[in-house]
Design a protein around this ligand. Structure first.
Ligand SMILES: NC(=O)c1ccc[n+]([C@@H]2O[C@H](COP(=O)([O-])OP(=O)(O)OC[C@H]3O[C@@H](n4cnc5c(N)ncnc54)[C@H](OP(=O)(O)O)[C@@H]3O)[C@@H](O)[C@H]2O)c1
Length: 331
């Protein structure tokens, strides 16, 4: 795989036409509903940045939205351009934003509708961070949504402190691989849970101990943790309550109604549970970039697809990646 280097140079906004290539879907369905189409280039508001997209990545939310599974939670309406992760170059930006046309950036799109799988994407300044020369567009595209989810889950919802014991369930996936590395970078002891074939990978990420979920149920272990982060969204608060230390926190990524009720009901308890929803924040992207530059956060890419093969990329994530992130080259 040859990385796309972050030396794209400025693209004059005057050179941009009215329409762009995008991947769209016109109705909910399986991955075959995704197809290339011409769409209008987004017109950024005065406080927004227009980005020429070089790469994006696929998150489970993309196929869950595309299939209609999450239509009760997120806005509908067609045609729709999937994707929240963007790496590319700034075409247009507000004065005083700290950005300049031609800057290489990553963005976690702040529109609930997404829009990353297109030649251009627009978002607020507060969703964008500059990337360093040593980070490729493919690496940058893999970070925003999954990395922000991991960081916010551990630091904000889990209130992670150095020296604590953290368990990451789903440690080999897009969110989990960032979570293991972030918890280690913040000085925690980390136990990782994934399938046995990913043990070596989880240990390379820095995990101190490993559980194969097909062999051992960590929730029945004699071990105790300050934070159980269910990156995979496969457990429930009541399953893991016993293995939380006093004052411990359970954080899950699965935004179902049962979990939301659990968040409210366990809030006053000494062992609380939270369902998190990732937020787009430039300062969190900057923190993830800092960890990358300090070589505390590596980005593992499972596979890279061409723009026209976006449906294949969705299928890859839907049927289970081996490890890490699935990236799509846009330009
Ligand atoms: N709430 C939010 O804001 C938010 C944000 C991001 C993601 N999410 C959700 O978080 C989940 C994970 O996302 P992702 O990008 O990390 O997905 P992913 O890349 O597909 O990774 C899934 C992970 O789950 C593991 N896994 C599968 N079955 C498991 C089981 N029974 N027990 C424990 N682990 C198991 C996999 O391990 P093996 O591959 O080794 O089997 C892998 O590590 C998705 O459901 C996604 O929708 C929510």
């Amino acid at each position: 795989m040859s990385d796309i280097k972050t030396n794209g140079g400025p693209e004059p906004s005057s050179a941009i036409g009215q329409s762009m290539r995008a991947i769209v879907f016109d109705d909910y369905g399986d991955a075959s509903v995704l197809h290339p189409a011409e769409r209008p280039v987004p017109k950024p508001d005065s406080d927004e940045v227009l980005i020429a997209v070089r790469a994006s990545s696929v998150n489970p939310v993309d196929y869950r939205l595309r299939s209609g599974e999450m239509k009760g939670l997120l806005p509908g309406g067609f045609p729709r351009i999937p994707g929240y992760d963007v790496a590319g170059t700034v075409v247009q930006c507000p004065q005083g934003s700290g950005l300049t046309a031609g800057d290489s950036v990553m963005a976690f799109l702040d529109s609930l509708r997404g829009g990353a799988l297109a030649e251009y994407a627009a978002c607020g300044v507060s969703a964008v961070a500059k990337i360093p020369p040593e980070m490729s567009y493919e690496q940058a595209a893999a970070i925003p949504l999954a990395g922000s989810t991991a960081l916010q889950s551990l630091r904000d919802h889990g209130r992670m402190q150095s020296g604590q014991r953290v368990l990451v369930n789903g440690a080999s996936g897009g969110v989990g691989m960032f979570a293991v590395q972030i918890a280690k970078a913040y000085g925690c002891h980390v136990d990782a849970v994934a399938s046995g074939e990913n043990e070596a990978f989880c240990r390379e990420l820095g995990a101190d101990h490993f559980y194969d979920y097909l062999q051992t149920d960590f929730a029945k272990s004699d071990e105790r943790w300050n934070i159980v982060f269910d990156a995979a969204g496969k457990s429930g608060y009541l399953d893991v309550r016993e293995v939380l230390l006093e004052g411990g926190r359970y954080v899950s990524t699965e935004p179902d109604v049962k979990g939301m009720l659990m968040t409210v009901l366990t809030w006053p308890l000494s062992k609380s549970g939270t369902i998190m929803l990732a937020k787009s924040k430039a300062e969190d992207l900057e923190e993830l970039i800092r960890l990358f530059v300090e070589k505390k956060l590596a980005v593992t890419i499972d596979s890279v697809y061409d723009f026209e093969d976006a449906a294949e990329a969705h299928r890859r994530v839907e049927t289970g990646v081996d490890r890490g992130k699935v990236v799509i080259r846009v330009a």
